[in-house]
Design a protein around this ligand. Structure first.
Ligand SMILES: NC(=O)c1ccc[n+]([C@@H]2O[C@H](COP(=O)([O-])OP(=O)(O)OC[C@H]3O[C@@H](n4cnc5c(N)ncnc54)[C@H](O)[C@@H]3O)[C@@H](O)[C@H]2O)c1
Length: 420
């Protein structure tokens, strides 16, 4: 089996906290070949290359940096990723970890350079863009996975199975919450998390919108989101908090609160949960996930926890580095599982078709992709399209202070102002 070379575009927080470690581990298990990381300038790449945690976990493993580590850190290279993509051997893997508004251009560029893609969520903010990506990828037989890692949380998989079997009844009323740390306001977020571009509902509320869809298969039909504005330390305005309401085709309602405001001194590291009430025949069912406190509390001697904290609720489920039978540490958790699911699928797909003539190989890849879409575990443009419709409606709604937007399905799904 031939490994797939992998280029990560974007060297920020999610690359450090999840993507690069996951790709490094896949390299040592023989799935991934050469690794490159491309960022706007080389500062984040220096941080990645020098990260004590990453070096300790993956001794001896390195990546090629674009721009190079000895380049002037103040020089910026917004189009360098295009050159990197153009220089790749066809049919490898590209992981896109850029600010939201750059996803569309980078995904299309990767596909036009004949690369398979794993994109962080949300894929794009416009439904039509996701349809275009889906069509382009299908025509070329290139895999596109979207990193909605909560789908890989065992509790979500358990809920999906029981929901599918009818063990809860039908979802009718729910609430979800994801409050990210206050210190995010001091990060690179202040450059792109601005009022005109995104908001906490789109940023993290989308995880729970996707999860309710993943568990129930119910389509959202109406969205209303209200935000609370604030200023980042650099003076730029952003929505720091958001409150969203999603109505579903069966009349169910999900209320979602999100924010960049979990106390830095809190044991958090963030706050997150999902409750779903369901109705059965003469009785009700319920799904209740505390996604913050998962039963593990650690108190360190030094402030090595998030935001410099000593006392933490530690999730063993999302992403942790743990001892294993090999060198260093290995990543475990649904974050790793999610990255691995897409990269493994790309690796398996490309190896299955190696040696086939292109027309036959294309058909085979398209078959694998259609099966993945149908299975609905890995998020793909085809099986997670409701997220783009919800995000499109949510962005319009929040900019109009909570005005309701409905989603109209049918031959030409679209979003329009008004109630469903
Ligand atoms: N839970 C999750 O699934 C999760 C968590 C965090 C972030 N994300 C998503 O990941 C994306 C990035 O988030 P982040 O927290 O890493 O952001 P970040 O601001 O920390 O990093 C952004 C990176 O993009 C790079 N970049 C910007 N323009 C570029 C260009 N033209 N060419 C190459 N690189 C460029 C920057 O150099 C930086 O390294 C966002 O879409 C976010 O929604 C997902």
């Amino acid at each position: 089996m031939k490994p797939v070379d992998t280029v990560i575009i974007g060297g920020g927080m999610i690359t450090h906290d999840l993507l690069l470690p996951s790709i490094y581990h896949l390299q040592r298990t023989g799935i991934v070949g050469e690794i490159s990381v491309c960022a706007l300038n080389n500062s984040p790449l220096k941080e990645l290359a020098g990260s004590k945690e990453i070096i300790q976990a993956f001794p001896g493993q390195t990546f090629t940096a674009y721009p190079a580590l000895n380049e002037d850190p103040s020089a910026i290279f917004p189009d360098l990723y295009k050159e990197v993509l153009a220089s790749m051997t066809p049919r490898q893997a590209v992981v896109i970890a850029l600010p939201d508004e750059l996803h569309y251009g980078a995904v299309v560029e990767a596909l036009n350079n004949n690369q398979n893609v794993l994109c962080v969520k949300p894929l794009v903010h416009q439904y039509k863009q996701s349809v275009e990506i889906e069509k382009l990828a299908r025509e070329k037989g290139l895999f596109v996975g979207i990193e909605y890692h909560k789908r890989f949380d065992r509790r979500a998989l358990i809920a999906r199975r029981h929901y599918e079997l009818g063990d809860f009844g039908e979802f009718i009323m729910g609430e979800a919450k994801m409050i990210e740390p206050y210190f995010y306001r001091y990060s690179n977020f202040q450059n792109w998390f601005t009022t005109d571009k995104t908001d906490p509902f789109v940023y993290v509320g989308c995880h729970y919108v996707d999860l309710v869809w993943f568990i129930t298969g119910l389509r959202p039909v109406e969205i209303s989101v209200t935000g609370v504005e604030g200023k980042f330390p650099n003076g730029k305005k952003g929505y720091m908090w958001a409150n969203g309401r999603v109505k579903y085709e069966n009349g169910a309602i999900l209320s979602v609160i999100d924010g960049l405001g979990y106390p830095d001194e809190g044991s958090g590291s963030n706050e997150q949960c999902l409750t779903m009430f369901c109705e059965g025949n003469g009785k009700s069912g319920m799904i209740k996930h505390d996604d913050q406190f998962r039963g593990v509390t650690l108190c360190y001697l030094d402030g090595i926890g998030p935001g410099g904290t000593k006392h933490n609720y530690v999730s063993p489920d999302f992403y942790r580095l743990v001892p294993w039978e090999g060198k260093g540490y290995k990543p475990v958790g649904y974050g790793y599982d999610s990255v691995a699911a897409t990269i493994n699928t790309i690796h398996a797909m490309e190896n299955e078709v190696s040696g086939m003539e292109e027309p036959q190989a294309l058909k085979h890849r398209q078959k694998i992709m259609a099966e993945t879409d149908k299975k609905g575990i890995i998020a793909t443009p085809a099986n997670s399209y409701i997220n783009e419709l919800v995000i499109e409606a949510a962005r319009k709604s929040i900019l109009e202070d909570g005005e309701a937007y409905r989603i109209v399905y049918g031959d030409d799904p679209h979003v329009e102002r008004g109630h469903a």
